[in-house]
Design a protein around this ligand. Structure first.
Ligand SMILES: [Fe+2]
Length: 429
């Protein structure tokens, strides 16, 4: 985040002063450099994760500790030596599945453009001091990724984890090197196997995740065990629903003027997700923008031939129309696609001029490719009538969403070259 950008700026100045400036910033690790820390990552029993709080003044934390260690606590302050630190109230839950404790905490009353330092205990050990810097409250920059799916690629077990974890790390480092990011959206399939604590450890291993919160959706590889809910301390996740999978359910938060609603598209009961969307819109009625994220992609390039995508079209899309969602972010397909503007099952008359939709009547559906490169799928020749643009180059990708006042812009990039390959802007009066 901003701390990271400040560090890069300092390094740039130092390089100029010493005549060591090169065209490679060095901020993105080469595989060889990154691999030197692999044994430490493998030896770790887990990392603390940050998730957005209920709004831009809050930050949520979640971490694990072994069953025999019952001492989890966390302190936070604005002095780098923690001399002004306050102890946060910690909630402890037993993760029966992993036979360990999960600790959750929330920092409140955070100020804009301020660096906070924190330190926590796990397994009777005190962590190093980490920091995050809050964003400006007049604009928002979001990193959107999906399907890091650590454990998916092929090779020996060691090769798979090395490949997928490095691919995920490289996308994060590339995105943060080039953008001043406030938080991350990950639309599901963070890991290949929901039950694997080892895969969650690799997903959480990039050091950037100690300074940037992640709002994650529940993918079809995440929903069937409680592990997801023990790694993401999601805000506003208590909406009563008649049915939910072991991973939990959807949630929502408001950041500046954006209402972000995350639903579990594995949940086949339309009323469950409608209730979450309704509660979110009721809680934050004045938010200028409504962004919904779910794993499945109801208007993908292949006409929802995937059963999960087809379900999402029938169970979630009616609520997307009803509650005037501006943009729906998804994954699952392992290729990139962007729809036309859609409402009531039809492409509306809105046209995209110079990559800009003005006051569109409906929703834009955007699906990202794998952020780690652990798996890619083909698009096929028969592109759906709903699809405006689709791309598969078997390269990891990410999107940056910039929201300033009346404008929301999504720019999508290849990780390996940081080349921009798609841009779309929605402007609303
Ligand atoms: Fe996936």
């Amino acid at each position: 985040m901003r701390t990271f950008r400040s560090f890069l700026s300092l390094m740039l100045v130092l390089s100029l002063l010493t005549g060591l400036l090169s065209f490679s910033s060095g901020a993105v690790s080469t595989f060889e450099d990154w691999q030197t820390g692999w044994e430490d990552i493998k030896a770790s029993s887990g990392y603390i994760t940050l998730t957005p709080g209920e709004d831009e003044t809050q930050m949520n934390f979640s971490w694990q500790s072994s069953f025999s260690a019952m001492d989890g606590h966390i302190v936070i302050g604005t002095s780098s030596d923690l001399s002004d630190a306050e102890t946060l109230r910690v909630k402890r839950e037993l993760n029966i599945f992993g036979f360990e404790w999960t600790y959750n905490a929330t920092a409140t009353d955070l100020r804009a453009d301020t660096t906070y330092y924190y330190q926590y205990t796990a397994d009777n050990q005190v962590s190093e001091i980490y920091s995050f810097t809050t964003g400006s409250y007049d604009s928002t920059t979001v990193l959107f990724v999906t399907d890091s799916q650590i454990g998916r690629s092929s090779g020996t077990q060691e090769e798979i984890y090395l490949n997928d974890t490095y691919g995920w790390t490289k996308t994060l480092e590339t995105a943060f090197e080039n953008n001043d990011i406030d938080f991350i959206l990950s639309s599901g399939d963070q890991v290949e196997d929901s039950f694997s604590e080892e895969q969650y450890t690799y997903f959480e291993s990039p050091s950037l995740l100690r300074s940037a919160p992640v709002a994650a959706a529940i993918g079809n590889h995440d929903f069937y065990t409680p592990n997801y809910s023990h790694h993401f301390n999601n805000p506003n996740n208590k909406t009563f629903t008649l049915f939910r999978w072991p991973a939990g359910q959807g949630y929502y938060f408001c950041y500046n003027d954006i209402l972000l609603i995350v639903v579990d598209s594995n949940n086949f009961m339309p009323t469950a997700n409608r209730r979450i969307i309704k509660n979110a819109c009721k809680a934050y009625p004045d938010a200028k923008w409504r962004v919904l994220m779910m794993h499945h992609s109801p208007f993908d390039a292949r006409g929802a031939d995937d059963i999960g995508n087809k379900f999402a079209r029938h169970t979630v899309v009616p609520s997307i129309d009803e509650f005037d969602i501006d943009i729906c972010l998804s994954g699952h397909d392992h290729y990139y696609s962007r729809s036309h503007i859609i409402k009531d099952g039809k492409v509306t008359a809105d046209t995209c001029q110079n990559s800009v939709y003005s006051n569109p009547d409906g929703t834009l559906y955007l699906t990202q490719n794998s952020s780690s490169g652990s798996n890619y799928s083909g698009i096929g020749d028969a592109i759906s009538e709903f699809c405006s643009f689709a791309l598969q180059e078997n390269r990891a990708t990410y999107s940056i969403i910039d929201v300033v006042g009346h404008s929301l812009t999504v720019k999508s990039y290849h990780t390996d070259t940081n080349e921009l390959f798609d841009t779309v802007t929605i402007v609303k009066d």
